[in-house]
Ligand binder design. Structure first.
Ligand code: SF4
Length: 347
């Protein structure tokens, strides 16, 4: 895998870029003005392994929540700002660790300068976030969406650089996967800053995880991307879980268990689908790296179960449990889940 060595920045105590491990981010879906609900949701995200969290700051009241939220959470906090530079200044005063903004939608250069100087004073990075859906208008009708995304990002990078600011992270997001991939590849060749990857408005978990895995996965495999977010119309904790699954599929993270489960077929004589889903649910918050195999029959079952850290190979109404490659016991179907979980806990 080719690694693009971006220029590292620090968002709170998290290093982004420069060869650091890829960071999994999410964004709260609560009303930021409700500090308690937002803190509660961030605590849940922390349990799932979220490493950086972003909150929307649409007005003064939301900005006023930041100093209430920040001391109660333990992961870096990014404020998402559009249009009004004063909200960025308030967020910085409130103690955010990062800003996400689109300098292109703050019209006045003096206002951008005030934000940039305040961020520089506090050593707070800014993510330039370009989205295909909100690109600046162009007079050149022939320019492709990809070219427009890259141009918009480079223009905004130049603007921050002209103010002597280099604590920059960049994202160019689109719903269209080939466009998103092409834009990020072009951008990665033309600037040194860390890149945040995501498919914007990716959809519900059923489709959004796949779109995200394809787009983010292609780029990560090329060595491009320093932070990721899987944007889903769902509980944000699902975004974090999906993010780690993408990283684990590329051997870029060891966090949490990996579940190997057979799809079941005409040979299966137990409810393997129900068991696999129940095990997955119970493993969701586990941080420990381990392989768990849930297998339906004697064809591949014993081999996979033996190769995993903990596994079960099922037969007719019964299953053999393995731990560390050794056969531990035989259990009845009604006890599959509990005995398997006991072995996982014992591992
Ligand atoms: S492991 Fe056995 S039950 Fe599962 S899909 Fe393969 S052949 Fe079918």
């Amino acid at each position: 895998m080719r690694l693009r060595m971006s220029r590292p920045i620090h968002i709170g105590d998290v290093t982004v870029g420069g060869g650091a491990p890829v960071i999994v981010q999410s964004m709260t879906k609560t009303d930021t003005r409700d500090a308690k609900a937002t803190v509660d949701q961030i605590h849940r995200l922390e349990e799932y392994g979220c490493q950086i969290v972003r909150v929307a700051v649409p007005d003064n009241e939301a900005a006023a929540s930041i100093p209430k939220i920040k001391p109660l959470i333990s992961i870096p906090l990014i404020a998402d700002i559009h249009f009004d530079y004063r909200l960025a200044l308030l967020a910085l005063e409130g103690g955010v660790d990062g800003l996400r903004l689109n300098p292109g939608n703050i019209a006045d250069r003096e206002q951008i300068k005030m934000v940039v100087l305040a961020a520089k004073d506090r050593n707070v990075p800014i993510r330039i976030g370009v989205n295909a859906g909100s690109l600046p208008k162009t007079t050149d009708g022939k320019q492709s969406t990809v070219d427009r995304m890259v141009s918009a990002a480079l223009e905004q990078i130049e603007l921050l650089e002209s103010l002597d600011f280099e604590l920059i992270k960049v994202s160019v997001k689109a719903f269209d996967v080939p466009d998103m991939v092409s834009a990020n590849k072009a951008l990665a060749e033309r600037m040194p800053y860390p890149i945040h990857l995501g498919i914007t408005e990716a959809g519900t978990p059923r489709c959004g995880v796949i779109r995200s895995a394809v787009g983010i996965g292609i780029l990560l495999h090329l060595g491009i991307g320093d932070t990721i977010r899987v944007s889903l119309s769902s509980d944000p904790c699902e975004e974090v879980t999906a993010g780690y699954e993408i990283l684990k599929a590329l051997n870029l993270s060891q966090r949490g268990p990996t579940l190997i489960s057979c799809p079941s077929c005409g040979r299966t004589e137990v409810d393997i689908i129900g068991l696999a889903n129940a095990v997955e649910e119970r493993l969701l918050k586990l941080e420990k790296s381990l392989k768990v195999a849930v297998m339906g029959c004697v064809v591949n079952g014993p081999g996979e179960a033996r190769d995993a850290d903990v596994g079960i190979a099922c037969g007719k109404g019964r299953g053999v449990i393995f731990r560390n490659g050794e056969q531990v016991c035989t259990v009845e179907e009604a006890d599959f889940l509990e005995v398997l979980m006991q072995e996982i806990e014992a591992f």
